[in-house]
Design a protein around this ligand. Structure first.
Ligand SMILES: [Zn+2]
Length: 440
């Protein structure tokens, strides 16, 4: 998670296919050949829409994309000519096992998740939320901790084996954090609460060990906290370098929570793959990110959601007059500077608060936040498809509709290139060749 939205604002990875038929699937897997007739298709690689394409799908893969392709005998045909077709969306920053009530506040909600809810129940709650991502057209997520003791791995595996409907999940296991995790004001004698939710790192050797543990017990990537807001500690540069080196050895990437400029700079220096949040990043640090190929994941909140959340915040936590506009201006300014610096943007919501919408629908609204900040729709769509897939180490396999890619395809009503809000109107969702929303 970030930290109180209200207050401040080549992975070694088996993509699919493990034990797919062992579970009692909620939705039976579709097999055989399907042809989708597309009127408008988003070419995520080039960042534009093309027209009149046929997509041939064999089992769970795209076999061919082209104009007026012959329909193979026995193929199921689906006419989506009236809609806009896109690759399944990707959200690279989620917490399916954590959802907090802003009225109760992040400290008590965080403690509650650890000491009362517990990992098994959190995983079951996550299962229900996972389905809402799929319905929203988000077919892949990168889950970055706050999952108790490896609850994220259980959820991923249950989706992969067909027991649950949900997006593809890449998961981090417990995030590697400096002392205290993200629990401000925890008494020292209760530090075990932080250790249940985070892997507290104490020195470079311990940092490498933590990477080994997470990978051995099933993580697809490593999440670190360069700084652990709302606490005020930092991982040392030596700890982060040790983490990156070990992760490289094991073939996994490192995502860094980093809010202020120093935290971003240090994580980028250490060689992480992505910076999450970066609320106060400065231009010189953006240049460093560009130079080192570090992807930026701006976990911003759209204007409608932030206003609704502030309405519900308790009186003592309500921001001063004009704060929302300041927040939006700061986000806009920072995103514009990142784009100008040429930093790659991948879409990530960090939507861990209750908004009245499903978690999946709420998460998708991060794309509206980017639009609020003046990012052009086609670039936003690329951030949620092509760029995100590249960050996941799944270039040409996810986030794109082309031969050889996994058949993750959605269709929306309207033209999202003209108005990004069209992506709210999801009419069709296929993941891994199976249709979950829309006509059979
Ligand atoms: Zn987060």
């Amino acid at each position: 998670m970030g930290h109180r939205i209200g207050l401040q604002i080549a992975a070694v990875w088996v993509l699919c296919c493990t034990l797919q038929f062992s579970g009692q699937g909620q939705t039976p897997r579709d097999t055989g050949i399907t042809v989708i007739h597309a009127g408008r298709l988003f070419d995520s690689e080039r960042g534009l829409f093309v027209t009149n394409r046929d997509i041939v799908i064999k089992n769970n893969r795209v076999d061919a994309v082209g104009e007026d392709l012959a329909v193979p005998t026995g193929a199921r045909e689906i006419d989506l000519r009236g809609l806009s077709i896109l690759p399944g969306l990707i959200d690279v920053h989620v917490h399916l096992l954590y959802l907090e009530d802003v009225v109760k506040g992040s400290f008590s909600e965080g403690v509650n998740a650890v000491v009362k809810e517990g990992t098994p129940l959190r995983a079951l709650h996550g299962a229900a939320r996972a389905r809402t991502f799929l319905s929203a057209g988000i077919t892949t997520v990168r889950d970055l901790g706050n999952s108790g003791q490896f609850g994220d791995i259980a959820l991923r595996d249950a989706i992969n084996d067909g027991s649950l409907d949900g997006p593809r999940m890449l998961v981090s296991g417990p995030g590697l954090s400096p002392e205290g995790g993200q629990f401000p004001g925890l008494q020292q004698k209760h530090k075990a609460i932080a250790e249940e939710e985070y892997r507290i790192v104490r020195g470079p050797e311990d940092a490498a060990l933590a990477v080994r543990e997470n990978v051995i017990y099933g993580a697809n990537l490593i999440k670190i906290y360069s700084n652990n807001t709302p606490n005020r500690a930092y991982l040392s540069l030596a700890e982060m370098q040790s983490i990156v080196e070990e992760a490289k050895m094991l073939g996994v990437k490192v995502a860094a929570h980093a809010t202020n400029n120093a935290a971003v700079w240090r994580a980028a220096q250490a060689g992480v793959s992505s910076i999450e949040h970066g609320y106060q990043v400065e231009d010189s640090t953006l240049s460093l990110m560009k130079q080192r190929g570090v992807v930026f994941v701006p976990t911003d909140v759209d204007s409608a959601t932030i206003s609704a959340l502030m309405e519900r915040a308790p009186a003592e936590e309500k921001p001063p007059e004009g704060w929302i506009q300041q927040y939006l201006n700061r986000s806009r300014n920072r995103l514009q500077r990142a784009l100008k610096a040429g930093v790659t943007i991948a879409a990530g919501s960090d939507m861990y608060v209750k908004t009245g919408r499903t978690q999946g629908e709420a998460a998708k609204r991060v794309l509206f936040a980017y639009a609020d900040a003046g990012m052009p729709p086609l670039q936003i769509l690329q951030a949620a498809t092509w760029n995100a897939a590249e960050l996941l180490g799944a270039k040409n396999r996810l986030g794109v509709i082309k031969a050889g890619a996994f058949a993750d395809i959605i269709a929306v009503d309207g033209n999202p290139d003209l108005d990004i809000h069209a992506i709210e109107k999801v009419r069709f969702v296929m993941k891994d060749g199976t249709i979950y929303v829309g006509k059979k």
